[in-house]
Design a protein. Structure first.
Length: 473
């Protein structure tokens, strides 16, 4: 139905009538301030932060505050056969929150309450619009810790984190979002409310539908409440910086650290391109003579001893200099440099394509070497920062979007990087999701039988295909 509208632009009156009917139906169960129809305003909700991902023009943007309001939106969408695109803070990097023409954009940012924090059960119950950093600070007041910390943690929402199964800097020790989602309340495509999972420490009743929704990018249902596992708040971490004369040496150090049984709270890598970009942006004073900078952190009772042991392994792998931070302030300065990586690389040319190919740790050096070859082949600046401890690399292609040939080369280099990741036994996305950007590559990774079964799951939950259409596959 939507495609027929796009292909027949002369039918302006029927389209306007349909949009008006949709708005009236939505207003029957929503306050006026929750329904936005001004095209100048709705256009600002059309896309996330990904490059090369098409976005349509939404018919309406809805900002509910209650579960009942979300149910009303989905019942209306089902009755009128209108697609719905769920959104959080739109910090995603794969086009997963991009609007389609004539859709309802369902922004959940106003559902931002922390409903419960239980130090005894070590859980938090939250709405999807809660910002990651706000939750972290709130549970910290109870001596607790919510580990998943994407680089956009000051702005990204828990609902978005669940939708993409996002990760962060601490995944090497604490794992990704999926490992902290115990239970969900989900509004289905037809407006019914379903609860999955539990709030207990253990539970294996039936199929694990909670894990199914984590990473589903809003294609199976609308998360309206989440039960999240918490951990005791660890001691403040200390960070070590190690310089290397080659990326291969830095990757060898990563392998030695993990093989040695160490459990760092963070193990991050920045290549020379990224280090230079951060210095150019923020004058951080990082050593630009290095080919790779490795950051390791420990939040153990005696982090200095752990850093000393890891420092020795770095030196054995060829580190030219190893500098442990002396206190928390110095540690935070080093981490700030890492968090600035993607912003700094964007400043190089104005536009970036940020990949998140994840490979086995043993293949990390081959991945970085391959990215360097691809950058030379296409005459592009490609910086790499990585969650080295779990093999999750972020090759970031820098280009000028105003130059058609440079844009073409950027897209082709991006595809070669993903192909390289699969060749090395990796996956096309470790934490950013598939969205629009990687649909073709998902099919290549999971194969035709995998695609068939995933589509069958989609059909079971969303038989009309109205939830986030055009994403994943």
């Amino acid at each position: 139905m939507i495609m027929s509208r796009i292909e027949a632009p002369s039918d302006q009156a029927p389209r306007e009538q349909a949009a008006g009917n949709l708005t009236d139906r939505l207003l029957a169960g929503l306050p006026a301030e929750a329904v936005l129809t001004d095209p100048d305003i709705t256009a600002s909700y059309a896309h996330d932060m990904a490059s090369f991902c098409p976005a349509g023009a939404p018919a309406v943007v809805v900002l509910p505050r209650t579960v009942e309001q979300v149910q009303h939106v989905m019942r209306t969408a089902t009755e009128l056969r209108v697609p719905v695109v769920p959104q959080g803070a739109r910090t995603g990097l794969s086009g997963g929150a991009n609007a389609t023409d004539g859709c309802i954009v369902l922004s959940l940012t106003r559902m931002d309450r922390i409903l419960e924090i239980s130090p005894v059960d070590r859980i938090a119950v939250v709405e999807p619009g809660v910002v990651n950093a706000a939750l972290s600070r709130a549970v910290g007041e109870h001596g607790l810790y919510y580990p998943p910390d994407p680089s956009s943690w000051e702005t990204c929402t828990i609902g978005g984190n669940i939708g993409t199964a996002s990760g962060g800097l601490c995944c090497v020790k604490y794992g990704v979002t999926a490992e902290y989602v115990l239970g969900l309340d989900v509004v289905l495509a037809d407006g019914r409310l379903m609860s999955t999972g539990r709030r207990t420490a253990k539970g294996v009743a039936g199929y694990d539908l909670t894990r199914l929704f984590v990473g589903s990018e809003g294609s199976l249902g609308i998360v309206v409440r989440a039960v999240l596992a918490l951990k005791p708040k660890p001691p403040r971490q200390l960070v070590l910086a190690a310089e290397f004369a080659s990326a291969a040496d830095a990757c060898a150090a990563v392998c030695r650290i993990m093989e040695g049984g160490h459990v760092p709270s963070l193990l991050e890598l920045m290549d020379r391109t990224t280090v230079k970009a951060v210095n150019d942006l923020a004058r951080m004073g990082l050593p630009e003579t290095t080919e790779a900078l490795l950051l390791a952190a420990f939040d153990t009772p005696d982090p200095a001893a752990d850093l000393a042991a890891v420092g020795a392994l770095c030196e054995a792998a060829g580190a030219t200099q190893v500098v442990p931070a002396e206190d928390a302030a110095e540690s935070e300065l080093l981490l700030q440099a890492r968090r600035l990586s993607l912003t700094a690389l964007e400043a190089v040319k104005g536009t970036t394509m940020i990949d998140d190919v994840c490979v086995p740790r043993s293949k990390l050096a081959a991945m970085l070497d391959g990215v360097e070859r691809i950058a030379a082949k296409y005459d592009l600046t490609i910086g790499v920062c990585a969650h080295a401890g779990d093999g999750n690399t972020h090759p970031t292609v820098c280009f000028d979007a105003r130059e058609p040939d440079e844009s073409r080369r950027a897209r082709e280099s991006f595809d070669e990087i993903m192909s390289l990741g699969l060749e090395l036994g990796g996956t096309i996305t470790g934490e950013h999701g598939v969205g629009v950007l990687k649909k073709e590559w998902l099919a290549r990774e999971i194969g035709p039988v995998g695609v068939e079964m995933q589509r069958a799951v989609k059909q079971a939950f969303d038989p009309l295909g109205i939830l986030n259409p055009g994403k994943l596959f």
